[in-house]
Design a protein around this ligand. Structure first.
Ligand SMILES: *Cc1c(COP(=O)(O)O)cnc(C)c1O
Length: 361
């Protein structure tokens, strides 16, 4: 028996894509499927989206090659971080990948190599995050010109960047500044343009260029603290489930788990759930983190272990060994668990471990 399963709801994924398309009627969709589709399963997710999105984006060449090996043959695949060495360029050419180009070393590599056929390159600029790309206009146009001169590059070249505070609506001015910077540079580019991530798609219509890059919202998760997925029209795609492995009656004052982190304030029943940080459930979950047992919310009790966690089922609990437990997903937003763990939902779904059974239906 599989005790921990991440159920991936294909219909919810498809419905979310429809919602996204309605938000950006004039843009083409690049489905961001890096990091194993945020823990949802790269190939199954990509396959379900095949007729519904215009392209995919990943961070590593290995992820792109996996897509190409598994039947994603026609759609462009964008490498968000670009490439690392000359050898990568041969693969980019051979497998028809679109690469971001974010610095002079990458431009030099493109100028230097011999390729069987030219590649699609999108110049990556920095609009304010200071992560990848140049923020210097003169340098941006210099790199553009060099790429345009290289016979290894298909013309016209594209332009790509990333917003750093699109999910923080209080940064109105800084957002506007970033979008304006991009749109200003974009005037000089005839090729593809791509700026908005999920938060840009939902909140910043000025950031909707001809291509957009939704990640987290495809998976039915809100990128915002002040607006939940439901009010964005999204449905959670992953529901993480396990089962009760044992139950114990304990007395008021009894101490539960490693470090006696939970002390019962009443006589109660403790349930042991077969999931832990070895499956990807966060160890940082404090006492009282909600889980769903037989349709009701109960609190975790004690530190999360590698393979198990404790819940306080209450004094008169009738829950039995084998009963299903929902850790997040349908009925219990992962956003809520993430916020209690001082992290973001992206990290929780990405951390689903290989031993977890992922069921796509
Ligand atoms: C991960 C990533 C995205 C997707 O971001 P979401 O917030 O999940 O929509 C888009 N663009 C870049 C460059 C990324 O790294």
């Amino acid at each position: 028996m599989q005790c921990v399963t991440a159920f991936i709801n294909k219909q919810a994924l498809i419905d979310n894509i429809k919602v996204i398309k309605a938000k950006v009627p004039n843009s083409k969709i690049i489905a961001v499927v890096k990091a194993n589709a945020y823990g949802h399963g790269l190939i199954a997710v990509a396959d379900a989206l095949k007729e519904r999105v215009d392209a995919y984006a990943v961070s590593r060449i290995s992820e792109a090659m996996e897509l190409r090996r598994h039947g994603i043959e026609k759609q462009p695949i964008v490498l968000l971080e670009g490439f690392y060495n000359d050898e990568d360029l041969a693969y980019i050419s051979k497998f028809n990948l679109f690469t971001a180009v974010h610095d002079e070393e990458q431009v030099e590599a493109i100028e230097r190599v011999k390729l069987a056929k030219p590649i699609h390159a999108w110049l990556k600029i920095d609009v304010g995050m200071h992560r990848l790309g140049s923020h210097d206009k003169a340098e941006i146009f210099r790199l553009k010109e060099r790429l345009e001169k290289s016979p290894n590059v298909i013309k016209p070249i594209g332009l790509i960047s990333h917003l750093s505070v699109a999910d923080t609506p209080s940064h109105v001015e800084y957002n506007k500044e970033q979008i304006e910077f991009f749109n200003d540079i974009a005037k000089e580019f005839d090729g593809d343009k791509c700026l908005a991530n999920s938060a840009g798609i939902c909140r910043w219509p000025e950031s909707h260029t001809q291509w957009v890059r939704p990640g987290i919202i495809m998976y039915g998760i809100s990128p915002f603290d002040d607006e939940d997925a439901k009010s964005l029209g999204l449905k959670p795609v992953m529901t993480l489930k396990s089962r009760i492995l044992a139950t114990h009656k304990i007395k008021k004052g009894d101490k539960v788990g490693y470090g006696a982190y939970y002390v019962a304030d009443k006589d109660t029943t403790i349930g042991i759930v077969a999931i832990g940080y070895g499956d990807g459930y966060p160890r940082s979950a404090p006492n009282g983190t909600p889980v769903l047992v037989n349709g009701r919310i109960v609190p975790t009790a004690g530190h999360v272990c590698m393979d198990m966690l404790f819940v306080d089922l209450g004094e008169n609990a009738t829950d039995k060994v084998g009963d299903e437990v929902v850790l997040w997903g349908d009925g219990l937003p992962v956003e809520k668990i993430a916020s209690l763990c001082n992290t973001i939902p992206y990290e929780l779904t990405c951390h689903i471990m290989p031993r977890v059974n992922v069921e796509f239906s």
